[in-house]
Design a protein around this ligand. Structure first.
Ligand code: PMP
Length: 388
């Protein structure tokens, strides 16, 4: 082959989610509870702002770190919503999705051979991201009996005391777990004691249904060792506009900007106008979408319990993570459910250690579709119940 893949690219398997989408495409009338993106469209005010910016011909690059007015709005927003204090000039960078922010952080702070502990089950990009940066991922399985929260026991059992950095995401994709301030305190202490950098993916922060989201960066001694990722894809239903940001100490954000200015120049300009308006005038739209997700969450959890499938109480993001009934692996359940009933879900194994035996169910889908999907899941479980 003319193009011989770099070792670090060869080391990463293709995404495990893809295969299910391919089967889903072969069938008619598939209801997908597989994708992790809002079914809502971007609030109109944000779309209008993007359209107006195009009409006015505002299509040039912006400052590398993003428009100054947007960084100021982000600083006000995170201060107001999450009690996070960051200087818009030095401590915030606007990126092409939270995805770019995650990638920049790994490349800026991970040296070849460095170990990055990853709380799992987790969003699928961290492990490849660490490998692409030349580092060694260290999975840290979390457990259902801990409600999938990250604990010091889990960190110790995985050997994370010797790691260089730790990445985690709460509210969590794929489990829907959240971590309160009290849950985060021992993790923060562990990070300080073992001198770990912390990468906190808080992209689902707004989608917290039980209490308020707490960022680990607000805990004592954590701001100086933490980079927080967030963005507009989930809460503001802007996935395709590709806009996110990172918050961190000035030297950390400066290092990330050094890579960003050579590899990206600046985040998408049209999306920056949409985001500015989203922060300015769309708080009610966000609240309405969060209310809808919460209603769906309660419906889905109660239906799984009626069906007789164990499911822990997801309190954030737009996922729940039921256990597959005995007699199936998660992959078998997902594949047979898709073939027999036309419902697409994602087997938990895809999300790393701790995910086996579970399914990720996204409820970023309308209630009537959810109702039909759960009826089909019930029929599937009934069909397969009883003695073999
Ligand atoms: N982090 C998590 C936990 C996610 O679930 C996703 C999207 N599925 C991302 C980051 C990427 O978000 P963005 O669209 O902002 O790149």
């Amino acid at each position: 082959m003319t193009f011989e893949l770099a070792d670090r690219v060869q080391a990463v398997p293709p995404s495990g989610i893809r295969r299910f989408f391919e089967i889903a495409e072969e069938r008619d009338e598939v209801i997908s509870l597989g994708v992790g993106e809002p079914d809502f469209s971007t609030p109109w005010a944000a779309r209008d702002a993007a359209i107006a910016s195009l009409e006015q011909g505002k299509t040039s690059y912006t400052a590398n770190r993003g428009r100054a007015d947007l960084r100021e709005s982000i600083a006000d927003y995170v201060a107001d919503r999450f009690d996070l204090g960051y200087d818009p000039d030095e401590e915030i960078i606007v990126t092409a999705g939270a995805s770019e922010a995650v990638d920049l952080a790994f490349r800026a702070f991970v040296d070849p051979g460095d170990t990055v502990a990853i709380a799992q089950p987790s969003y699928v990009s961290y492990e490849p991201g660490v490998v692409f940066a030349g580092g060694e991922p260290l999975p840290v399985p979390t457990h259902e009996e801990d409600d999938f929260r990250l604990t010091v026991d889990a960190l110790e059992d995985a050997g994370a005391a010797d790691a260089d950095a730790l990445v985690f995401c709460y509210p969590n994709n794929p489990t829907g777990a959240i971590m309160t301030r009290a849950d985060l305190e021992p993790v923060a202490e562990f990070a300080r004691e073992h001198d770990l950098l912390v990468f906190a993916d808080e992209i689902y922060a707004e989608l917290t249904y039980d209490g308020e989201h707490t960022s680990i960066a607000t805990l004592p001694g954590m701001r100086e060792r933490t980079v927080v990722f967030n963005g507009f894809s989930k809460a503001h239903a802007m996935t395709g506009l590709r806009l996110g940001y990172a918050l961190g100490p000035a030297d950390a954000i400066g290092a990330m900007n050094k890579i960003h200015q050579y590899t990206m120049l600046s985040a998408p300009t049209t999306a920056q106008y949409a985001a500015l308006e989203a922060l300015d005038s769309c708080a009610n739209d966000v609240r309405e979408m969060v209310d809808q997700y919460d209603r769906r969450r309660r419906f889905v959890l109660s239906r799984f319990r009626e069906i007789g499938m164990d499911v822990f109480e997801a309190r954030g993001a737009f996922y729940c993570f039921p256990e597959v009934p005995e007699g199936f692996t998660a992959e078998e359940f997902a594949e047979e459910l898709l073939r027999e009933q036309g419902v697409a879900v994602v087997p938990g194994d895809v999300f790393g250690e701790g995910g086996a035996g579970h399914l990720r169910i996204s409820y970023a889908t309308g209630l009537s579709e959810l109702r039909e999907a759960l009826a089909r899941i019930e029929a599937f479980v009934d069909d397969h119940e009883g003695p073999e």
